[in-house]
Design a protein. Structure first.
Length: 78
């Protein structure tokens, strides 16, 4: 995935998502040994940030993004 910073510098990062109605986010965290960027079970209330509304998960989600972990301007495809 790519996006532009405020100063028009291209920034690259990767995301990994696991979804499903019977998803148990804690089990994914244990298996992968990474803390997710965002994770919730179906029906669980969650917020995408301190100034954002509280939502209810329509399905379970476990999501990890590297944009806050690794700084990169390399857009080489693997």
């Amino acid at each position: 995935m790519m996006k532009y910073n405020a100063n028009d510098t291209l920034k690259t990062f990767a995301t990994f998502r696991v979804t499903g109605d019977r998803l148990a986010p804690d089990e994914i965290t244990e298996i992968i040994s990474l803390q997710p960027t965002l994770a919730y079970a179906k029906g669980q209330r969650y917020s995408r940030g301190p100034d954002r509304a509280t939502l209810t998960g329509k399905t379970g989600v476990w999501f990890f993004a590297t944009d806050k972990v690794i700084a990169s301007t390399n857009s080489t495809t693997i």
